[in-house]
Write a protein that binds this ligand. Structure first.
Ligand SMILES: Nc1ncnc2c1ncn2[C@@H]1O[C@H](COP(=O)(O)OP(=O)(O)O)[C@@H](O)[C@H]1O
Ligand SMILES: [Mg+2]
Length: 303
């Protein structure tokens, strides 16, 4: 079953800003799915539509198999909103208890879950301190704990590592992988590429309200696989003609079949050219992302 399935989502704010254009995504059960895009791309708008915080101009699809907007289903989803604020006078424990109660978690479960989540998110010792004294990273971790209070099958996290230091980010990534092991699906948003590359099973890239690419990082980068051959001294003419790209001491050949480059290596050696390295290379998420951004010039607003 798909955890989230959306087709043709459109959002126009106040008849002016066209924030989403025919967005379709599929998040499978038990996977970590990353929605990636620069600031203003429409990521939070999409999340708010899924959570029915705002209404779409057009939406069809399902959430855990139920129509978008189904109240019971929403109660069973963990949600971390962007720029969330907790009342500063509550303690960490009180915040979790409060959100658990909103999701109709029983009192006993609330107490045990709050204490286990506080320790899981590295907030032990802070449970009885007011959240007004927490750092930004701690508030973010408390936000994730809050999203887990109802033991959700699906978590929706809007910029979960926002404001978190590198060590904390790593801890959050490890936590996300654990949550997947427990069989939960995670849908997260980020403008931080390396975060996603390390943890997501699949990604979608959103630029100016459009999803321009969607799939595993492997499948999205398959066409970019190539070999880079570096030699001591200059590249011979015949190699330059074969190459897809050439620099002073290296050239690249498209494709990922190692047998295809053997004759080229043989010929280089037969001409006494010293081969310094042969390296398989492919795009990373950042290259992919830059390509997605370059390929779109759809205006973000209708005038
Ligand atoms: N309440 C709103 N009213 C009008 N425009 C909005 C509103 N919220 C967001 N937008 C606009 O919609 C676009 C997408 O914003 P958002 O979904 O927050 O992007 P992201 O989360 O990817 O940074 C931006 O151009 C933003 O200015
Ligand atoms: Mg956002």
């Amino acid at each position: 079953m798909a955890a989230i399935q959306l087709q043709g989502v459109e959002k126009v704010y106040r008849g002016k800003v066209h924030a989403l254009r025919r967005v379709s995504i599929d998040v499978m059960d038990g996977e970590i799915f990353g929605l990636l895009g620069p600031n203003g791309a429409g990521k939070s708008t999409l999340v708010k539509i899924i959570m029915t915080v705002i209404h779409a101009s057009n939406v069809s699809g399902t959430l855990l198999g139920k129509p978008i907007g189904d109240r019971k289903t929403l109660e069973s989803i963990g949600y971390l909103p962007e720029h969330h604020r907790f009342p500063y006078y509550l303690t960490g424990k009180q915040v979790l208890d409060h959100y658990g109660a909103l999701c109709k978690v029983g009192r006993k479960d609330r107490i045990t879950r709050a204490s286990s989540l506080l320790s899981r998110l590295g907030l032990s010792g802070w449970e009885n301190k007011k959240v007004g004294t927490y750092s930004k990273g701690m508030l973010q971790r408390l936000g994730i704990a809050q999203a887990l209070m109802n033991d959700p099958k699906l978590l929706i996290l809007d910029e979960p590592t926002d404001g978190v230091d590198p060590v904390g980010r790593r801890e959050i990534r490890d936590l996300l992988a654990e949550l997947r092991e427990e069989g939960r699906a995670v849908f997260l948003n980020s403008h931080l590429l390396s975060e996603l590359e390390m943890v997501c099973d699949r990604v979608a890239i959103m630029v100016k309200g459009k999803v321009t690419m969607q799939g595993t990082i492997d499948s999205l980068t398959v066409d970019s696989r190539r070999y880079e051959i570096t030699t001591l001294g200059s590249i011979p003419e015949w190699a330059i003609e074969l190459a897809d790209d050439v620099s002073e001491n290296s050239f690249t050949l498209l494709g990922d079949d190692p047998s295809k480059i053997q004759p080229i290596l043989d010929r280089l050696r037969s001409e006494n050219i010293i081969i310094v390295s042969v390296q398989p290379v492919r795009e990373n998420l950042e290259d992919l992302f830059m390509r997605a951004v370059d390929n779109t010039d759809a205006p973000g607003a209708i005038r």
